[in-house]
Design a protein around this ligand. Sequence first.
Ligand SMILES: [Zn+2]
Ligand SMILES: [Zn+2]
Length: 137
Amino acid sequence: MAENDLNRVLSSHGIRPTLQRIAVYKYLLSHPVHPSADTIYRSLSDEFPVFSRTTIYNTLNSLVKSGLVRPINIQHDEQRFDSTTEDHGHFFCIKCNEISDFDITQKILDDLCPEGYQNIRVDIFITGFCPKCKDKQ
Ligand SMILES: [Zn+2]
Ligand SMILES: [Zn+2]
């Protein structure tokens, strides 16, 4: 996504497109591996030495609040972030810590949601071993 488009997307979600917001959002779009705040901080610190850890945390907070980024809370000690905001499932590998996406069909959502309730947002995750780690047990 070009810088202009990023500016527009951020503005249309009600947040001012600052340098750090653009950089963090761009990073998430180009690294769809569900990075943690720390990973983002370390990856951006070469290019933007002025960004502190706190800057990154605050920036992620604004992006989450605006609805552009989704937080993933699978591990109790480390939140991860996703620029794909449509409902989808996550598979967390307990060996390599990778988080992969899987699709959740409308049918599955309808079947899971109790009758009489209306779902707004769905967080589904499975924990286990990814194909790479499964055979190394
Ligand atoms: Zn794995
Ligand atoms: Zn995801």
